[in-house]
Design a protein around this ligand. Structure first.
Ligand code: GLN
Length: 477
């Protein structure tokens, strides 16, 4: 049987593998070929793995023995900040260029156990800091829909790999939108799970109170399959939550819209048009649309850009030229440290370390870090109130995922503030720990090319089920 990569989903591929229409080795080869071919233009992958075929052989054996689950033999791309034993994990940074993982991240051991096939390492912004993958130390990732535009970021390689038919799904990480925004730019589905739903063990940390690993897929059903496979309590990550949360059924069908937050000048009109069309389609499908107010949501972006760098500055302290990766010799021990970090870190990482140490410094700690933390709590309260069942709260909150479709390469690279504004709709889910998904909701014609647009849905803690059912309703799955 000829493998049609364009239309294939995880669920369909699993069916074909089970029936023996093709083998996992056939499927893996098809993806490796396509990935290698497209990667020349797109640069979604930093590396394709030699051992993928061996993993596919093992999956074929599992399938033959009738022991295989739905992910057996399914080829995927893994963001370069998630550890796969024996493989390089560089976080797209010079400082970790040659660093090889000595153990599997929990998500990797779970996927490995399920028989998934790792095709390679997906490109990203250095240490996941950015919104365009232009901050990678190893070249940017281009958007498969228009090679003159960015793929989004920081998980731009993961999203582009799926969009270019170079993987059936990918894992990304999301600290302030890094799964959802590239998914929206590349016309695929991206899920940022509830904080603690997925173990962060073996993910290279950026902002530890914000980071989550999640799937990037072609359909909402596929995102659900991968989410089920990777979530769960893990003794190695004390913030993980147990199964009880995930036994509850999805909640109802009321979608709240914070209109007061959607009127900004920075929002492209094509994005609002697609958004309104998606709301109309939800109404047709029996969803109720209700206007809501989130009084403090306007502070989310500044709060994020105080708290995130604080956590970044502390997480980056471990790259000292002794324990991991790059080592540069200076005049003495302290100087080694300066030389290594000076040579190893890129501009954006350095900027955030500076900002982070500033807001944590004794003179400014109360004025910035503590206040931002207090406002973070207020923002969370706003969301909990909006979702409060006892007060007739809504079940979902919808906004666009990003204020514009994919922008041109270089357009925002020299203007960090413009780049940070990309995250206006996504950071709240990380600040509050709430789960959020981006689903394709239309396209905009720009320079003769149809560029994808994403809709973001946010739900109650642990209510990914509501995201999946609404997402499937919208996409007609
Ligand atoms: N674009 C955001 C930032 O630069 C989000 C990054 C992320 O989610 N890893 O911080």
């Amino acid at each position: 049987m000829k493998i049609d990569l364009k239309s294939l989903t995880i669920a369909e591929a699993a069916g074909h593998l089970k029936k023996g229409d093709f083998s996992a080795v056939d499927l893996t080869k098809a993806y490796l070929d396509e990935a290698a071919r497209k990667n020349k233009d797109v640069n979604a992958y930093l590396e394709l793995f030699d051992d993928a075929i061996d993993a596919a052989k093992a999956a074929d054996k599992q399938i033959k023995e009738g022991k295989a689950g739905i992910l057996a033999g399914i080829p995927c791309a893994i963001k370069d900040n998630i550890l796969i034993k024996g493989h390089i994990a560089s976080a797209a940074s010079k400082i970790l260029e040659g660093y090889r993982a000595s153990y599997d991240a929990t998500v990797i051991s779970k996927l490995r156990g399920a028989g998934a096939v790792f095709l390679g390492r997906a490109n990203m912004d250095e240490f996941a800091m950015g919104g365009s993958t232009e901050n990678s130390a190893f070249g940017l990732t281009k958007n498969p829909y228009d090679l003159s535009r960015v793929a989004g970021g920081s998980s731009g390689g993961s999203a582009a790999a799926v969009a270019m038919d170079g993987a059936l799904f990918a894992l990304g990480t999301d600290t302030g939108g890094s799964i959802r925004q590239p998914a929206s730019f590349c016309g695929v589905v991206g899920l940022k799970p509830t904080y603690g739903a997925v173990s962060r063990y073996g993910a290279i940390a950026m902002g530890s109170s914000l980071d989550q690993i999640g799937p990037i897929t072609k359909t909402v059903s596929d995102a659900e399959i991968v989410f089920r496979a990777i979530r769960g309590k893990d003794a190695r990550d004390g913030t993980t939550i147990g199964d009880a949360t995930y036994k509850k059924p999805a909640s109802g069908k009321v979608i709240g819209i914070p209109r007061h937050f959607l009127g900004g000048e920075g929002i492209d009109s094509s994005v609002m048009e697609s958004f309104e069309a998606a709301l109309a389609s939800f109404k047709d499908k029996g969803y109720e649309i209700r206007e809501i107010t989130l009084p403090n949501i306007g502070y989310a972006l500044p709060v994020y850009y105080v708290l995130m760098p604080a956590e970044v500055s502390s997480n980056m302290a471990r790259y000292d030229g002794v324990r991991f990766g790059l080592h540069a010799d200076g005049r003495d021990g302290i100087d080694d440290y300066f030389e290594t970090r000076g040579a190893g870190f890129g501009k954006e990482v350095k900027r955030r370390i500076l900002l982070g140490t500033y807001v944590l410094s004794s003179g400014y700690y109360d004025a910035y870090y503590n206040r931002a933390n207090a406002v973070r709590r207020m923002i969370t309260e706003d969301f909990l109130k909006a979702f409060d069942r006892d007060r007739g709260g809504v079940d979902l909150i919808a906004t666009p995922t990003a204020p514009s479709p994919a922008f041109k390469i270089g357009e925002k690279a020299s203007d960090p503030m413009a780049m940070y504004l990309e995250d206006i709709f996504t950071v709240t889910a990380n600040l509050t720990g709430l789960p959020a998904i981006s689903v394709p909701c239309g396209t905009a014609m720009k320079d003769g090319k149809a560029l994808p647009i994403g809709l973001q849905l946010t739900a109650r803690h642990g209510d990914e089920a509501a995201l999946f059912s609404a997402g499937k309703a919208l996409l007609g799955e």
